[in-house]
Design a protein around this ligand. Structure first.
Ligand SMILES: *Cc1c(COP(=O)(O)O)cnc(C)c1O
Length: 484
């Protein structure tokens, strides 16, 4: 059924829901609408019964993999289970129907929620200032880099480049480039840490700062932050933390205490809330006192018992989003934090770390591990071994789909050959982890016993192997055009 569109299922005269006869004369309605906006013929809409429509969409909703369907161990991007109560609260009419232009007096509850969320995030990160405006991690990076640029400009200088380790997420150099900086790539050592000699050699008076992910995209905690801070301080450069991996540090490490000046937080990764498929996200940016005066306006603040918006920041970089950012995501993250509470936060990180290390221990005999340092909430294995026997990381990823599991992130970070980057998250049970291991062992056996079943995968999905390069370069999402 799923290959058919509603238009193809349509049968002339079928109705979803019979409406009563219209009792306003048609002329009276059409006289109110400007002529150029009136249709000449009726819209060509599909005609179906209600149950056909419901079944169609329920069917569609299960075609793609999602975290409500099964395991989704996507490294870096933290696909944890999203508690449904977050959705229920975000859908309450008082939140969902609130208009951003509502007088402040009538939106005190919403402002209070944003203010308290800011306070929680400041406490978790250790920073003193914050903006909720950025709509994603990448936009948080852009915002943070603009704050860093402003810091240097206020000191009367234009710093030229940003230092970025070779293990960085692609958005780091991209954001730096969009902010007008050049990028200098810093090598990693054999143990996956920043190569300090390389960093020293590349740092000079033209450095605006460094962007680091901690734990890194290898899942390894960067232990040389003090030394990195010292190198940056020599030229008054700043330290930016990509906080996408904050879920490994809750209640254990506060990034501000480890030397960073600014970080972004991915609410849609660390604090549940749905993402993937391009849904809305939220990437708040937290800063220390050096950068506070440059934060985007309005700043949400408290004045006595009132929650207020402060616009009078003469050195602000300006707005980075309309109104306040993606409010419905704040509601979800806020509810998640309120339910988890102070006690639960470190438990999340500890469970995420234990789950990842459990999987790593179970998989380390079949996959090569190029960076053997202890890992936190995620780890990276290499399928070099498997590639020599005929199946690449991509083939293994595709074969996993046949078993109803989402593959891990593949070919990232770039410094690991045939990388599979696995992050189970704290929200999975031991049974689920064991099921995943069993499938990985089976796929590993299939490479020797039945290679074509792996290299030809997926077999059980609605569509087979897609031409991924073609899909990017020749994007054609118009079904009717496609059919012609
Ligand atoms: C996800 C991610 C980003 C980008 O965040 P978005 O919200 O997807 O824009 C940046 N860095 C790392 C390490 C990430 O995992």
């Amino acid at each position: 059924m799923y290959t058919k569109l509603l238009f193809e299922l349509s049968k002339e005269g079928r109705e979803g829901h019979p409406l009563p006869e219209i009792d306003v004369p048609e002329k009276e309605i059409t006289s109110l609408i400007p002529k150029e906006h009136l249709r000449e013929k009726s819209a060509d809409l599909p005609q179906l019964a209600e149950n056909e429509i419901v079944r169609h969409f329920v069917e569609l909703s299960t075609l793609n993999h999602h975290v409500d369907k099964s395991f989704y161990p996507l490294g870096s991007c933290t696909m944890k289970y999203n508690p449904k109560i977050n959705e229920q609260v975000a859908a309450l009419p008082g939140f969902a129907r609130l208009h951003p232009e509502q007088p402040l007096q009538k939106a005190q509850g919403a402002l209070q929620l944003m203010y308290e969320l800011q306070e929680y995030l400041k406490e978790i990160s250790g920073f003193t200032g914050i903006t909720l405006q950025p709509a994603a991690g990448a936009q948080g990076e852009l915002t943070g880099l603009l704050l860093m640029k402003k810091y240097h400009q206020m000191k009367g200088r234009n710093r030229e480049f940003i230092l970025v380790p070779d293990s960085a997420h692609g958005t780091n150099p991209a954001s730096a480039a969009i902010s007008g900086f050049k990028i200098k790539t810093v090598r990693s050592t054999a143990s996956g840490l920043v190569d300090l000699d390389d960093l020293k050699a590349k740092t000079d008076e033209n450095a605006a700062g460094i962007m680091l992910t901690n734990p890194s995209t290898l899942g390894i905690f960067e232990t040389q932050l003090k030394e990195i801070r010292r190198i940056m301080d020599e030229v008054d450069a700043l330290m930016y933390m990509d906080g996408a991996n904050l879920n490994a540090l809750f209640g254990i490490v506060r990034p501000a205490d480890t030397g960073f000046d600014v970080m972004h937080i991915n609410l849609h990764k660390s604090f549940s809330t749905p993402h993937g498929g391009g849904g809305p996200g939220s990437g708040p940016v937290a800063v220390n006192d050096k950068l506070k005066e440059f934060l985007p306006v309005p700043v949400i603040d408290k004045d006595g018992e009132q929650f207020v918006l402060k616009e009078d920041l003469p050195n602000s970089i300006g707005k980075v989003h309309s109104f306040f950012g993606n409010f419905a995501i704040f509601v979800r993250a806020y509810i998640y934090l309120r339910i988890v509470g102070n006690k639960g936060l470190p438990e999340i990180s500890k469970h995420a770390i234990v789950n990842a290390n459990y999987l790593k221990a179970k998989l380390k005999d079949i996959f090569e591990i190029q960076y053997p340092a202890p890992t936190m909430h995620e780890f990276v294995v290499s399928a070099e071994n498997q590639k020599k026997r005929g199946a690449k990381a991509l083939d293994i990823a595709k074969r996993l789909l046949d078993f109803g599991m989402h593959p891990p992130t593949i070919y990232f970070p770039l410094i690991v050959k045939e990388a599979l980057m696995i992050e189970p998250s704290e929200s999975e049970s031991k049974e689920m982890l064991d099921a995943f291991v069993k499938i990985m062992l089976q796929i590993n056996r299939e490479i020797d016993d039945n290679l074509e079943v792996v290299t030809g995968a997926p077999h059980n999905t609605p569509v087979r192997r897609l031409d991924e390069a073609g899909a990017v370069k020749k994007l054609n999402i118009n079904y009717f055009k496609h059919r012609q």
